[in-house]
Design a protein around this ligand. Structure first.
Ligand SMILES: *Cc1c(COP(=O)(O)O)cnc(C)c1O
Length: 825
């Protein structure tokens, strides 16, 4: 793909000029951060050309557009990725080298825009990349949080949260668009008016409001000149905080609106798979949803007169229930502003909105107290009441006399608004994110809805973008893949990776593949040395678990097993043991106490083991601070083993599992989420599978759990590690530090079952899988083949495949092409 701005002399001149105009400096005097800014602005200029061309093409073709509504976009750094997708990475790297600038150092200056918690937000970011790359018109819609995901520091083994002031040096790629601002209203009351024709009007009065100001981010497609937009909203007060407010007597109101605006976009809630239930969170939801839907309608109406045609041109995808107020907001606009009747408005809404379910865990299912909800969003609540009234009527018609059904399915029940029910009732599509997850939705969690409206339910197994997680994260492997396949087609068609199978029996190729892995392990070892001060041996097995800290993800199982291995090594110093490095990375939600205890335990175990000279470095444990997209990229490339050990049925899909697979790390995991499909692709012999199945877990749960003492009393190795939680071994003699973890494994506590996540139940089977993996690793050739097989079989897990399925089955978007010959630079 050609762009004259990336010709070396042109680009170098632009960078020099930018350093001058931005900082009044010469390149040689500029700091790395200043160079990052100057380079980014030079790249942005090239992007803007294509952004304009894309708008022009969309204006001409008038394609259907998806609005991907998400509270989170975990973007990761933009500079490197934009260069890759503009197909200019290598040219720019060389141009900068000629100026004495190292692109990698420049890239490291960029803060990670961490506008998300984990998998859900990263999925949204991967989807935007794929939408642009496949040539589909789309907007990401979200919030421009002033503070993204907190920065994690480890102090004395404990997680400490520090604010992530990611905007402090400015943000080169974004564009403020005040001309597209929208007002969003909260609270007050609804007055009913009748006009001369007798028609009813609903007027919101005594409300507070804020101005939503959009910031647009370019989302660059790979090699196709398409640049889509991520539109994230900032909030500003509507009334200027000015002196004459005093005179008008609305000083308090001015202050309140100022504070409301400031608070709404202040911070991302750091909960993953867990609801906070805070009023401010609901405000955030309505804020970005209302602004996004208003903007979408304005844009549609500018081009099309007839609002009833909205479903032909627009679709709103709700990423989990967080944006579900969208259905009521769309109804409000159609009813109150477009003056449609209920049936017509409902017909349009139910053809425009679709819902993705991400979890079945009770603590993550969004419910809002009706009193809070109706006070904050009085008109939206009225509309939901009417949606609920009509839906309940339908349930009663279909299941006469069955009030149990009504209780289970109603949107409003027991003083709560159930957001998932609203999303299912109003959405034309309900999708799960992996096959197993979708089956559990249909047969267990959402069974009643599935029986009533089976046509809505479908599966879209998640995916990841190979542009970031292979090309950018692992350039050595990316080049090797291109060389071996003899083509770059895999960059936009990941199914081409299967061509690597031809090299599975080629000793030379396997050696090259493992040499690349080794170099990536050296790169990670250097990072660990720099950040943790711990020496790890790149020849040891890198066994990695990186993901949010959650009990269902079972980092506790992993660290208990490390404790078990350490006991074994101490008891039998002569036993055959391949050196292992256990790598952890995980943030815990700030209020999730047990998750934080697990982080402390991991660090305590690391301290004891890493400082025990008697085991000759056979075992190392590393906790990587502040796990985020930028260091994730280093970690996936360097992993030998991918730990995906959630309690079966709990992990809806997982996407980390796919990143590891792509980078040649076999999965050690349970048959959960997309692990099932990974095993389908790579073959059971190229993974290490253990533990209860989802059916078995669900069965136990429906029968009150199991008795962990049966295991504790009968397996001395397990009893020993459990007891080590309360004998002071990992707490400098303190027997109480990990008492809560100990109790969680053995004893019922209030409502919580003992060992809710089946850690002791799965322990033996996990230890066996670990042992099998170590045996396999010892056979170098066999291991290389297994690792390469994983890379060769990752084709299905591209987000490009996922997005094409969304397009074919749910969105029905039009493919757009920009003809390079028609571009005017
Ligand atoms: C992929 C990714 C996740 C999701 O990981 P899972 O293992 O699927 O939970 C979370 N955080 C970051 C930074 C990621 O890149």
């Amino acid at each position: 793909m050609y762009n004259p701005r990336f010709e070396k002399d042109v680009f170098k001149r632009d960078v020099r000029n930018n350093v001058k105009t931005l900082f009044r400096k010469e390149v040689e005097e500029a700091t790395p951060q200043q160079l990052f800014q100057a380079v980014s602005y030079a790249v942005k200029e090239a992007i803007i050309d294509d952004w304009l061309a894309t708008q022009k093409q969309y204006e001409k073709d008038d394609p259907k557009t998806v609005y991907y509504m998400s509270m989170e976009f975990l973007l990761g750094r933009a500079l490197g990725n934009n260069l890759i997708n503009m197909t200019a990475y290598k040219e720019v790297k060389e141009a900068l080298e000629e100026m004495g600038i190292d692109l990698n150092v420049i890239e490291d200056q960029e803060p990670d825009p961490a506008l998300g918690n984990g998998g859900l937000g990263r999925l949204a970011a991967c989807f935007l990349d794929s939408l642009a790359t496949l040539g589909y018109a789309s907007y990401g819609c979200g919030i421009r949080y002033r503070y993204g995901m907190f920065k994690q520091k480890i102090r004395d083994g404990y997680q400490v949260e520090a604010p992530d002031n990611w905007l402090k040096d400015g943000n080169p790629f974004e564009l403020r668009r005040p001309e597209y601002a929208k007002e969003v209203r909260f609270g007050g009351n609804i007055r009913v008016e009748y006009d001369e024709t007798g028609k009813t009007h609903f007027v919101q009065e005594n409300y507070e409001s804020v101005m939503a100001i959009p910031y647009d981010y370019p989302i660059v497609g790979y090699g196709n000149h398409i640049v889509n937009t991520l539109r994230i909203w900032d909030a500003e007060a509507i009334v200027d905080f000015q002196l004459d407010s005093f005179d008008r007597g609305d000083y308090h109101k001015a202050v309140e609106q100022e504070n409301l605006a400031k608070n709404i976009v202040e911070v991302l809630y750091p909960n993953d798979n867990h609801i906070a239930g805070k009023e401010l969170r609901l405000k955030q939801q309505y804020f970005f949803v209302s602004a996004s839907i208003q903007a979408a309608i304005t844009k549609f109406k500018k081009k099309h007169g007839d609002i009833s045609k909205l479903p032909e041109k627009v679709t709103f995808q709700m990423n989990d229930t967080h944006p579900t107020v969208a259905v009521a907001e769309l109804m409000r606009i159609l009813l109150d502003e477009e003056n449609l009747g209920w049936n017509e408005a409902w017909d349009i809404t139910t053809k425009c909105c679709a819902y993705t379910n991400h979890t079945i865990m009770a603590e993550a299912l969004e419910k809002w107290p009706i009193d809070l909800f109706s006070r904050l969003l009085p008109r939206i609540y009225q509309i939901i009441q009417e949606i609920d009234r009509r839906f309940v009527e339908q349930v009663r018609a279909q299941y006469p006399g069955n009030e149990e059904k009504v209780k289970k399915m109603a949107i409003l029940m027991d003083g709560q608004v159930k957001m998932a029910h609203l999303a299912i009732v109003a959405g034309y599509s309900v999708n799960g994110v992996a096959k197993l997850h979708t089956e559990i939705l249909k047969n267990q969690e959402l069974k009643d809805f599935y029986q009533m409206m089976p046509e809505k339910f479908n599966n879209k197994t998640n995916g990841i973008t190979q542009r970031r997680f292979l090309m950018h994260a692992n350039p050595l492997l990316a080049d090797w893949v291109t060389e071996k396949l003899g083509t770059k087609e895999w960059i936009t068609d990941l199914s081409k990776m299967s061509g690597l199978k031809e090299w599975l029996d080629d000793e030379e190729a396997l050696k090259e593949f493992m040499t690349i892995k080794f170099k990536n392990k050296e790169r990670l070892a250097a990072y660990i040395k720099e950040h943790n001060g711990v020496e790890v041996d790149p020849r040891s097995i890198f066994d990695v678990q990186v993901k949010r800290l959650h009990e269902y993800k079972r980092q506790l199982l992993n660290i208990l097993h490390v404790m078990y291995l350490y006991n074994q090594i101490k008891d039998h110093p002569e036993m055959s043991f391949y050196p292992k490095t256990y790598v952890f990375g995980a943030k815990a939600s700030a209020g999730y106490i047990r998750a934080k205890e697990i982080i402390k335990l991991i660090n305590s175990v690391a301290d004891v083991i890493n400082n025990d000279r008697s085991i000759n470095g056979k075992l190392k444990v590393v906790f990587i601070e502040d796990y985020r997209v930028s260091n994730a990229e280093l970690i996936f490339a360097a992993a030998d083993i991918s730990e995906q050990i959630s309690t079966a049925s709990k992990e809806a899909s997982g996407t980390g599992n796919m990143k590891f697979m792509m980078n040649g790390a076999p999965t050690l995991g349970t048959m959960d989420g997309a692990n099932v499909e990974i095993v389908d692709e790579v073959g059971i012999d190229n993974a290490f599978i253990f533990g209860l199945s989802a059916d078995e877990v669900i069965n136990y749960e429906q029968n009150g759990g199991y008795n962990p003492y049966d295991i504790y009393n009968n397996d001395p190795d397990i009893r020993r590690v459990v007891d080590q939680l309360v004998d002071g071994t990992y707490a400098n003699g303190d027997k109480e530090m990990y008492r809560d973890l100990y109790n969680s494994l053995l004893n019922n506590q209030g409502g919580a079952r003992a060992d809710m996540y089946f850690i002791l139940k799965d322990f033996r089977s996990y230890a066996d899988a670990q042992a099998r993996a170590m045996e396999a690793y010892k056979d170098t050739d066999k291991w290389a083949k297994m690792a390469l097989k994983n890379t060769a079989c990752c084709g299905k897990f591209s987000a490009d495949r996922t997005i094409q399925e969304y397009v074919d089955d749910i969105w029905h978007l039009d493919h757009v092409v920009i003809n390079e010959d028609e571009l005017e630079y």
